[in-house]
Design a protein around this ligand. Structure first.
Ligand code: MOS
Length: 697
C-alpha cells in the first residue's frame, strides 16, 4: 500500500458520526420500528421456582376487549432445537425458575396485553426449590469447560505444599453477589412475518447470531430471517445472545398473523435476560519474605440453572497475571432453580480479579511490601502457564504512570488519615482483559460518484463502534471521512461477530481493512476508474486469524481509588478514581475514554451498590427494579479519569488495537476495597461494601 496522503483519522477524537441523529431523536431503536397492523405481547411469568404448569385458565384474559390470543405450552407452535432451553418457549410445562415465561397475551395495545397477562390463571404442581449458592453445596461439580471454552482446571507444581511452607501467605474467601444487567434500553423486539420469512427489529449485540438462532428455532433457512438493529441502547452482555423476548415476539407474530411488539420491562430484566453469577472464591497466595510469589491458588464456586450449563471463567486471570512456580485454578458449578446466568461486562474476569487483586493487597500487607512493588516484583516474562510470549504487556508502565498521576506517595498507613468524621485511604488494583478477535466479514462499495459504503452486520450498542469503524475504513481507503458511510446492524450485511468480549472493533475493523484493500486492488485493475455501476469487494478474517502466531494477547491496566469512609456510619464515598490502561492503539480517544470511565463507573457500582438479593423461601431475586437495585448515580462518581499509554503492538490486527469495552470494570472493585482497607484497617471480603459490613469487619 502507498503511504497515506491524508492525516490519519484513527487516533483522533472524532465526535460520534450518529451523534446528531441520536440527540435529535431520529436514531431508531428496536421498539420504535413500526409495521402495519401492529399487535403487542406481554408474557405471563411463573410464580413458582420449580415444578410444572398443570393448567392455564385464559378465559378471563380472553374476555378482555382487544385480547387476540393467550399462548402457553398447550397451544404454542412447536420449535426446533437451538441448543438453549432458555429459548424453548412453551415447549414443555416444566418451570425451571420463578419468573420464567410460561404464557403470553397478545393484544391490540401494550396496556391491554399487560393487563390481561395479569388475568391469566396458571395452576402449578410445585416442587421444593433450591436457589442458594453455598460453598459446601453437595451438588457442586466440575464443569468440563468454562465460558467460552477454557479448561476448567489448570495447575502446575505443588501449590498446597508451597503454601504450607511459605514465609508469607494469604488464605481468604471472597464473595460476590449476583449482579443484573441494566442497560438503559431494555430488550425489545418487533417481529414481522413477511416475504416468506421473518424480519426482527431487535435490540441485540449481534444481528448475525440472533438470525442464526432464530432460523434454527423456527426451522427456516438462515437467509429467511433478517435481524435489523441499527441502534442499541446498551447491552453489557445481556444482549449478546438471543433472549426469550425475541423468541416470544416471533411466536406471537406467527400465532396472531400480525406484526408484534415485545417490550421487556425493567422488572423482567431481572428474570430472563441474564445476570452475573454470584461467586464464592477461595484465594491462596504464598510468597517468600521479599514478596515473590511461590504459589497462586484460585478456586471459584458459582451457579447455573437447570436449563443450561453456563460456567463462568472466574479464575482465568489468575492464569496469566503473576509469575509463581506453583499454581492452581479451578471452578465448581451447581445447577439451581434459578435463571441461567450469562455475560455481564467482563464475565469471569471482573469478579475473579476482584478476588485476586484483593488477595494481592492482603499479601502486600502481610509481606510489608508496597502493593505496586509487589505486583511489579511478580511480573512474568512469558505466560506463566503455557510459556507463550506476550504480544505486548505493559502492566508495569500502567502501575508506574498511575502512581505518579494519582499521587500514590501520599498514601498512608491503614487507618492513618482522618479528617473529622472521614477516614481517608487509597487503593490500587490491576486490570486485564484478553484481546480477542472473532471471524467477521465486511463489504465495501465505491459508487460512481466516489462515495464509499461499508456494510457489516456489526453492532453499536452505545460504544461508538460505528464511529471507530468509519475512521478505520477512511484510513484504509485513504480518503476523507466524509466520503465513507459505514452501515451496520443488519444481518443482511456480511456476517459479523457479536459485540462482546471487547472484540468488536478489532474483529470488524480487520474485516473492513481487508475489504478496503481488496477494493483498492480492484480499483487499480480498473486503472482507477470507477465503472458506472460501481465496484464492490468483500473480505473475511478467518484466514488472517488462523495465520496468526499463538501468542498471549491481553490488555492491562492499573486502577487507583481514593476513598473516604465515615468513621461512625461506615459509609464509603469514592473521592477519586484513576485508571491507566495499555490497550494497544486507541482508535478514538473520545469514545475510548467514555468506554473506560464507563467500565470504571460500573466497577464502583459493583464495589459499593449493586447486589441482586436472592430470597431462599420465595425463590427469586427480590429487588427487581432500579429503586431497589442500586446503581451508581452521578452523585456517586466524583472525580474519575482514564489515561492510556501509547502501546504499539504489531501482532494484533491491522489497526494494532485491543478491546476497551470491558477492561475498565476489571479490578475497579478491588481498588475500592483495598482503599477502604487503607482508610479503615478493615477488610471487607464480601461485595458490595455495605455500611453494615464495614462496621462489622
Ligand atoms: Mo460483553 S459481557 O462480552 O457482551
Amino acid at each position: 500500500m502507498t503511504a497515506p496522503v491524508l492525516p490519519r483519522s484513527v487516533g483522533t477524537p472524532l465526535a460520534r458520526v450518529d451523534a446528531r441523529e441520536k440527540v435529535m431523536g431520529q436514531a431508531r431503536y428496536a421498539y420504535e420500528h413500526h409495521a402495519e397492523g401492529m399487535a403487542y405481547c406481554h408474557p405471563v411469568q411463573a410464580t413458582i421456582a420449580s415444578g410444572e404448569v398443570q393448567d392455564v385458565d385464559a378465559s378471563e384474559a380472553l374476555a378482555c376487549e382487544g385480547v387476540l390470543a393467550v399462548i402457553w405450552a398447550e397451544n404454542a407452535p412447536a420449535l426446533g432445537d437451538a441448543g438453549d432451553d432458555e429459548l424453548a418457549l412453551f415447549q414443555s410445562r416444566s418451570v425451571a425458575y420463578r419468573g420464567q415465561i410460561v404464557g403470553a397475551v397478545v393484544a391490540e395495545s401494550l396496556e391491554i396485553a399487560r393487563d390481561a397477562a395479569g388475568l391469566v390463571r396458571v395452576a402449578y404442581d410445585e416442587r421444593p426449590h433450591d436457589v442458594m449458592l453455598r460453598a459446601e453445596h453437595p451438588e457442586l461439580y466440575a464443569p468440563e469447560k468454562v465460558n467460552p471454552s477454557f479448561p476448567n482446571e489448570t495447575g502446575r507444581g505443588d501449590p498446597d505444599g508451597a503454601i504450607a511452607a511459605a514465609a508469607v501467605s494469604v488464605d481468604e474467601t471472597f464473595t460476590t453477589p449476583a449482579f443484573h444487567n441494566n442497560p438503559m434500553e431494555p430488550h425489545a423486539t418487533v417481529a414481522v412475518w413477511e416475504h416468506g420469512g421473518l424480519t426482527l427489529y431487535d435490540s441485540t449485540q449481534g444481528a448475525s447470531g440472533v438470525a442464526s438462532t432464530i432460523a434454527k428455532l423456527f426451522e427456516l433457512e438462515p437467509a429467511q430471517v433478517r435481524v435489523i438493529s441499527p441502534h442499541v441502547g446498551g447491552g453489557f452482555g445481556s444482549k449478546g445472545l438471543p433472549r426469550p423476548s425475541v423468541v416470544l415476539a416471533a411466536i406471537a407474530a406467527r400465532v396472531v398473523e400480525r406484526a408484534v411488539k415485545v417490550a421487556t420491562t425493567r422488572q423482567q430484566m431481572f428474570a430472563y435476560t441474564g445476570y452475573r453469577t454470584p461467586t464464592i472464591q477461595r484465594l491462596r497466595l504464598a510468597a517468600d519474605a521479599e514478596g515473590r510469589l511461590q504459589a497462586i491458588s484460585h478456586e471459584a464456586s458459582e451457579q447455573t440453572s437447570r436449563l443450561k450449563e453456563y460456567a463462568e471463567q472466574t479464575a482465568i486471570c489468575s492464569r496469566w497475571m503473576y509469575a509463581a512456580p506453583n499454581r492452581r485454578t479451578a471452578h465448581r458449578l451447581v445447577a439451581l432453580d434459578v435463571p441461567t446466568p450469562s455475560w455481564l461486562r467482563a464475565p469471569g474476569e471482573c469478579p475473579g480479579m476482584y478476588a485476586l487483586e484483593s488477595a494481592m493487597d492482603e499479601l502486600a500487607v502481610a509481606a510489608g511490601v508496597d502493593p505496586i512493588e509487589l505486583r511489579i516484583a511478580n511480573e512474568p516474562e512469558v505466560h506463566p502457564e503455557n510459556g507463550s510470549r506476550f504480544s505486548s504487556r505493559n502492566l508495569v508502565a500502567c502501575l508506574r504512570q498511575g502512581a505518579e498521576r494519582f499521587g500514590w506517595e501520599r498514601r498512608g498507613e491503614p487507618g492513618g488519615r482522618r479528617d473529622g468524621r472521614w477516614l481517608h485511604g487509597m487503593g490500587v488494583a490491576a486490570s486485564t482483559y484478553p484481546a480477542y478477535q472473532m471471524p467477521s466479514q465486511a463489504a465495501v462499495r465505491i459508487r460512481h460518484d466516489g462515495g464509499y459504503v461499508v456494510r457489516i452486520a456489526a453492532a453499536d450498542i452505545g460504544t461508538g463502534a460505528r464511529t471507530a469503524l468509519t475512521q478505520i475504513a477512511a484510513d484504509a481507503l485513504e480518503v476523507p471521512l466524509e466520503q465513507v458511510v459505514v452501515r451496520i446492524g443488519d444481518s443482511g450485511f456480511p456476517r459479523a461477530s457479536v459485540a462482546g468480549g471487547s472484540s468488536g472493533t478489532a474483529s470488524w475493523g480487520t474485516a473492513i481493512v481487508l475489504a478496503c484493500r481488496a477494493l483498492r486492488e480492484q480499483l487499480a485493475e480498473h486503472g482507477g476508474e470507477v465503472p458506472a455501476d460501481g465496484l464492490e469487494a468483500t473480505a473475511g478474517t478467518a484466514e488472517f486469524l488462523k495465520s496468526r502466531e499463538q501468542l498471549a494477547r491481553y490488555a492491562f491496566g492499573a486502577q487507583f481509588a481514593d476513598v473516604r469512609v465515615d468513621a461512625s456510619s461506615g459509609e464509603v464515598r469514592v473521592s477519586r478514581m484513576l485508571g491507566v490502561f495499555a490497550a494497544g492503539r486507541i482508535i478514538n480517544p473520545r469514545t475510548a475514554r467514555s468506554q473506560l470511565i464507563g467500565g470504571m463507573t460500573m466497577g464502583i457500582s459493583m464495589a459499593l451498590h449493586e447486589e441482586s438479593v436472592m430470597d431462599a423461601a420465595y425463590g427469586d431475586f427480590v429487588n427487581k427494579d432500579l429503586a431497589q437495585y442500586h446503581i451508581a448515580a452521578c452523585a456517586d462518581i466524583e472525580q474519575i479519569d482514564a489515561h492510556w499509554i501509547d502501546e504499539t503492538d504489531d501482532e494484533l490486527n491491522p489497526m494494532g488495537s485491543k478491546g476497551i469495552g470491558e477492561i475498565g470494570i476489571v479490578g475497579t472493585a478491588a481498588a475500592v476495597a483495598n482503599a477502604v482497607f487503607n482508610a479503615t484497617g478493615r477488610r471487607v471480603r464480601d461485595l458490595p461494601i455495605r455500611l453494615d459490613r464495614v462496621l462489622a469487619s
